[in-house]
Design a protein around this ligand. Structure first.
Ligand SMILES: Cc1cc2nc3c(=O)[nH]c(=O)nc-3n(C[C@H](O)[C@H](O)[C@H](O)COP(=O)(O)O)c2cc1C
Length: 354
């Protein structure tokens, strides 16, 4: 299976399945000498882990990361950093009912058709458990990014949408509620909505917004490795992501150029930031901000119609432990993917000029 790696210099490769022995990763290209805060890495993982609140999947996994290489006396050695996260709470029996059938809008059908058979337990490699590995690598990248700071939050659940611009939000409140929305009233409404949806055995989508501050000018490689193209690719590689927009995004297409152009201050910063901190694929020093849309995920705890391996239309009953809404757990994943991307471009930028 190809496609298990991301990044050119700071490069992460991941392995493992939802119900296998462990998930894990190998990071190549991490510079030597970084004093790693391993507790900070684990706490990022804790923000993603299942079972953390009543509105996420109740699979109980400790999700403890164990480093196998590349770190000596608390510092990175410059060699490959290998690590694993063991799976300890698999309930593979929950999945025998989908062994010979396909959950609509999940990856079951395409995996079977592409590879000839599949590890159906927990979705195998298509499971979002793989993103735990990304969060570990992203937490290491965050520590290398220095003053560059990445913050993500939930800005929509279904049609409940936070309209406030990010400058007006108090980011210190993001972790204060289980939805990870930095608006207490809205967070309450979102939580209620997710609880209702869960009770009905249904799922609901949402949006994770993200801002990257203190970005130096000059990150991004024309022409195919533009910064926003790579960020988009990283975000769209997250399970259940259906959309990515940065800066003015789709709304910008409804504006006139005279309103949309970001006029300069004399120091090169801009008075507005419809560009979202990126012009010509290169960071311009302004905040980079973007939004990532997540679908209502496939697994319903309801009766649904589907087909079996032989193409017969069948009725199935959804079961197991699933996320009614993935955005609260997706917040650290979005941050991790942004960190991996920005770290890779930071290292690449060292080749910009003599
Ligand atoms: C944090 C997170 C948790 C997820 N949990 C579930 C889940 O419980 N049930 C489910 O059907 N899909 C879940 N997904 C999404 C599936 O992994 C994804 O829909 C599936 O692999 C098919 O890929 P696609 O939706 O990107 O096409 C989750 C995604 C994320 C990011």
């Amino acid at each position: 299976m190809a496609g298990n790696s991301i990044g050119r210099i700071f490069r992460l490769s991941t392995f493992g399945e939802s119900h296998g022995a462990a998930l894990g990763g190998v990071i190549d290209g991490c510079p030597a000498g970084l004093e790693l805060d391993l507790e900070a890495v684990q706490s990022e993982l804790d923000r993603r882990k299942p079972g953390q609140s009543a509105i996420v999947t109740q699979r109980k996994e400790p999700d403890k990361v164990r480093f196998l290489s590349g770190i000596f006396e608390g510092r990175t050695t410059g060699t490959s950093i290998g690590f694993i996260i063991e799976n300890t709470n698999q309930k593979s029996k929950d999945y025998t009912h989908i062994k010979d059938s396909y959950r609509p809008s999940h990856a079951d059908y395409v995996y079977d058709q592409k590879y000839g058979f599949r590890d159906y337990r927990g979705g195998g490699r298509s499971s979002a458990r793989e993103t735990a590995v990304r969060v570990v690598a992203g937490a290491i990248a965050k520590q290398l990014l220095g003053t560059m700071h990445i913050t993500a939050w939930v800005s929509a659940v279904g049609d409940l949408e936070l309209k406030t611009t990010y400058e007006a939000l108090d980011f210190s409140t993001i972790e204060a509620n289980i939805v990870r929305c930095p608006d207490v009233e809205m967070a309450q409404k979102m939580e209620e909505r997710i609880r209702e949806v869960r009770k009905a055995g249904d799922t609901i989508g949402g949006v994770v917004s993200c801002v990257i501050k203190n970005v130096p000018v000059g990150l991004g490689e024309p022409v195919f490795d533009k910064l926003h193209a790579s960020l988009g690719s990283a975000m769209l590689s997250i399970n259940a992501v259906k959309g990515f927009e940065y800066g003015s995004g789709f709304a910008g297409s409804r504006m006139l150029g005279s309103a949309h152009n970001d006029a300069y201050h004399s120091d090169g910063s801009t008075k507005t930031n419809f560009s979202g901190g990126i012009q010509g694929g290169i960071s311009n020093g302004m905040d980079i901000y973007f939004r990532v849309a997540f679908k209502p995920v496939a697994t319903l705890i309801q009766e649904y119609e589907t087909i079996d391996k032989n193409g017969n239309i069948i009725q199935m009953q959804g079961k197991g432990r699933h996320d009614p809404c993935v955005v609260p757990r997706a917040v650290p994943i979005v941050e991790a993917m942004a960190a991996l991307c920005m770290m890779d471009f930071s290292l690449l930028a060292r080749t910009n000029r003599l």
